[in-house]
Design a protein around this ligand. Sequence first.
Ligand SMILES: CC(C)(COP(=O)(O)OP(=O)(O)OC[C@H]1O[C@@H](n2cnc3c(N)ncnc32)[C@H](O)[C@@H]1OP(=O)(O)O)[C@@H](O)C(=O)NCCC(=O)NCCS
Length: 368
Amino acid sequence: MSSPSDPPNIVRAGSVAAEEGRYPAPFDAEGLSFGRDLGRAAGSERFGVWHEVLPPGRRTSRAHAHSDEEEAVYVLAGPVVLRWAPRGGAFTESVLETGDFVSFPAGTGVAHHLLNPGPGTATLLVMGTRASADRCTYPEDPDLEVWRAENRPQRCWLDEAPLPWPARAATPRLHLRPWQPHEARALWGFARANAESLQPWMPWAWSVPSVSAYLGLVTDWAKAALERRELVFGIFTPDGQPLGNVGLHPRGGPGSLEVGYWLAESARGRGYVTEATAAMVQLAIRCIGVERVELHCHPENQRSAAVARRLGFTYEATLPRRVADGRGGRHDVMVHSLYAEQLDASPAAAFGVRAWDPLGRVITLAKP
Ligand SMILES: CC(C)(COP(=O)(O)OP(=O)(O)OC[C@H]1O[C@@H](n2cnc3c(N)ncnc32)[C@H](O)[C@@H]1OP(=O)(O)O)[C@@H](O)C(=O)NCCC(=O)NCCS
């Protein structure tokens, strides 16, 4: 029984309905477990938790492996049979009894699922992290793989190597690429020269510490891009003059990335950031595969809100006191979003964007 004094993240026993799991049509003939999504009901953001009842003769899912999401299962009432196989290898079976626990780390390619051969009903607590860039492989189901390649290309994990995030990109007027370690001094000087005009809107600009701090920053960005967590590019003219910075940051919760940017004062008023942001939106949705790009700005930052409007973002909300202002206080934040299904019809799709992976191969920006 819920009580009016409950905090919002309690889910009381029996308050979440069980739903029978099924794959989308045309693979929906088979009923899977009856799952209660406790994680979402309780507001859990970074991992999912399901209470699953598995009737005799059923399986939790088709055998699959995730690129980025880790899963784990605790057997509340067994036994169940774990079927698993290393990538490209044969399947093996292990019996899991009540109280047994199994985890499936991400990226190993070990395909797995659980079956209940009966006669009793099995109950499981299934947990999994959420990762916006996650992809999945179904080694025993070529038909499902073909369907997914047509319908969810960004979610397919067909080979061992993870899809690389873009290493650089170009638009008609701009080159977008990471700052290099030898450019740390130039970036520091560039940020310092523009700090005063950035301070009202970007808290970091109150402290532009040292060249070595910027060397650390450039190195961190390179690592984050290789690990497919965050993508920060300098905005340059084709002949290499720096204009500003643009990035995709993992701050907006599962399935989303937040785009952020700034321009040197001398580069404003020419549409450069609109063009660079359009490119990042296309990369986020068509290459990285997020469901949503968010754009956050100070409610008084009209030039930034204008970028969101120009590209077809939708204003969603103004959240009170969400962001540190760099001087010990906090300010409200305006949230705009652009969802994957809105991209094609949005002005953000009108910009020609080319992108390359770290080996210099062209990345095809497929429609989501
Ligand atoms: C936010 C910020 C990046 C916006 O810069 P901006 O120059 O206004 O944005 P754009 O580069 O997209 O340029 C758009 C302007 O160029 C004009 N423009 C000129 N040529 C253009 C072209 N070819 N295409 C599009 N716009 C063009 C537009 O009319 C518009 O000007 P207007 O607002 O006077 O109508 C910039 O003000 C800034 O760096 N501010 C400080 C940091 C900051 O606030 N960052 C965002 C934090 S949320």
